[in-house]
Design a protein around this ligand. Structure first.
Ligand SMILES: Cc1cc2nc3c(=O)[nH]c(=O)nc-3n(C[C@H](O)[C@H](O)[C@H](O)COP(=O)(O)OP(=O)(O)OC[C@H]3O[C@@H](n4cnc5c(N)ncnc54)[C@H](O)[C@@H]3O)c2cc1C
Length: 426
């Protein structure tokens, strides 16, 4: 069993006014299309399949939002993690660059369409530069995103200091199309909207087997089966035995989150423009505020031992470099989730025989998964390759997978050294 066993982020569920629940599958059913996975990618795909005329069933192993979608920091970012616009266009083509550039619009469009109550704030996403060299690159990156049609602007050192509410960065850029949401509430609201449109959702219904029978697929869950023409797999970093080669094509990396208590007047001085913030370090530093003035941040650890105390302490130390008052503030909220990393840091689309899958958001998937719904639906339905916005590729399990997966976190000290080597830490 690889699907989430623990409840999603308690802070996000506590703050969520969206509610959603759906019955388990207890019968034999038929559908034109089945989506496996009830995160944002699966829900967006189910909506797209419905809009393409398919009677659609979505199977979720645990509860909607139990995976990364309900555990994220909630930053809406219309870019990829590593590749800038030119590199995206070169490697995956102009149509995919256009999709990425418009992905935050798609997410906020879904918020409006379904009236999703997820504390959506669209005031922009900041990327502060942690070194002078990164500040120069940030300027070029902002220009490249403007060229790609995104509402981006470079920020000099004074502007970034004002936007953060504290000195410590050398410049950066602002993507005005970004923002932040309660990702769990967004996922539940999306499920509510998608179900109201006609998608049949079943929670606590893990797809245990996927069998090709003639021109159909048969999907087996603990208490039922579905016969269908088309299958879209959107299990992110939580896929497992159902499609072992797919699971072994990504590295599932645990990411930890921590949040302060409401900060009162101090919250007004931190990120006064209410932007989302993730910097240019490889060992990323990031934060955003929630609607009650908590600061929600997170990070990675090389080893998991004692994570529940070590990670909040690390986050508090880092935040205190910018805002010294944070040092004495408790961090009562802690949770973690899994990120689907690919070796080339690009998202991957796979398909064949009425079956398609999308994996590899590399930690920046909230907006991307919304925009990818139509692409995964088209891939499952057998659209010709030139019509697919993301070129499909064969599933390539990583060699020495067990070793790679268990040692991936060990790269963290190297990342920290590289960040430090660019400029001594704050
Ligand atoms: C801690 C953390 C912080 C993050 N912060 C951000 C952020 O600020 N901004 C951003 O853009 N991205 C962020 N991300 C990444 C983002 O959350 C993900 O890219 C995105 O949510 C992935 O959505 P998904 O639908 O592909 O996967 P998931 O949301 O993980 O959904 C997959 C679902 O598949 C289900 N499943 C698995 N196997 C089966 C099966 N056999 N049958 C049925 N169902 C199955 C699982 O139960 C799960 O619910 C973060 C991720 C984490 C973990």
């Amino acid at each position: 069993m690889n699907w989430p066993q623990d409840p999603p982020a308690q802070l996000w569920s506590q703050l969520s006014r969206e509610r959603f629940s759906a019955p388990a599958l207890h019968e034999d059913s038929e559908a034109d299309a089945v989506v496996i996975g009830g995160g944002i990618a699966g829900l967006a795909t189910a909506l797209a399949l419905l809009e393409r005329g398919c009677r659609t069933i979505l199977l979720e192993a645990a509860m909607v939002g139990a995976g990364a979608s309900g555990r994220a920091n909630g930053q809406v970012i219309g870019t990829l993690t590593r590749h800038g616009p030119e590199a995206i266009a070169q490697t995956l083509g102009q149509p995919f660059l256009d999709l990425v550039a418009g992905s935050a619009d798609v997410l906020f469009g879904l918020v409006d369409r379904f009236g999703i109550d997820c504390d959506a704030v669209r005031k922009g996403w900041l990327q502060p530069a942690h070194s002078p060299g990164r500040a120069a690159r940030a300027k070029a990156l902002a220009a490249a995103w403007v060229h790609a049609g995104a509402p981006a602007e470079p920020l000099d050192q004074d502007q970034i200091t004002a936007a953060i509410g504290a000195p410590g960065y050398f410049g950066g850029w602002l993507h005005r199309g970004g923002g932040h949401i309660n990702p769990y509430a967004f996922t539940l609201g999306l499920a509510r909207g998608v179900a109201a449109e006609g998608v049949r959702i079943h929670e606590r219904s893990p797809a245990l087997r996927l069998d090709r029978q003639g021109d159909h697929w048969r999907i087996t869950t603990p208490d039922g089966q579905v016969r269908t023409h088309y299958v879209a797999v959107a299990t992110g970093a939580y896929g497992g035995r159902l499609w072992p080669e797919l699971a072994r094509s990504i590295v599932p990396v645990t990411s930890y989150q921590a949040a302060t208590e409401p900060l009162g007047p101090l919250a007004d001085r931190i990120l006064p423009g209410d932007h989302a913030f993730s910097d240019t370090r490889q060992d990323l530093r990031y934060m955003r505020k929630d609607r009650e003035g908590r600061l929600v941040s997170g990070g990675a650890l090389a080893t998991q031992v004692g994570a529940a105390t070590r990670l909040p302490a690390l986050v508090r130390r880092r935040l205190a470099l910018l805002f010294p008052e944070i040092v004495s503030r408790p961090m009562p909220h802690f949770w973690s989730g899994r990120i689907a990393m690919t070796v080339d840091r690009l998202p991957h689309l796979h398909r064949g025989d009425g079956l398609a899958a999308f994996v590899g958001c590399n930690g920046r998937g909230l907006a991307l998964c919304c925009a990818m719904g139509g692409v995964l639906a088209d891939a499952a339905l057998g659209a010709p390759e030139h019509q697919l916005v993301l070129p499909p590729r064969p599933v390539s399990p990583l060699p020495f997978y067990g070793l790679v997966a268990s040692t991936a976190r060990m790269i963290l000290p190297y990342y920290r050294w590289k960040d430090w080597a660019e400029v001594p830490p704050l």
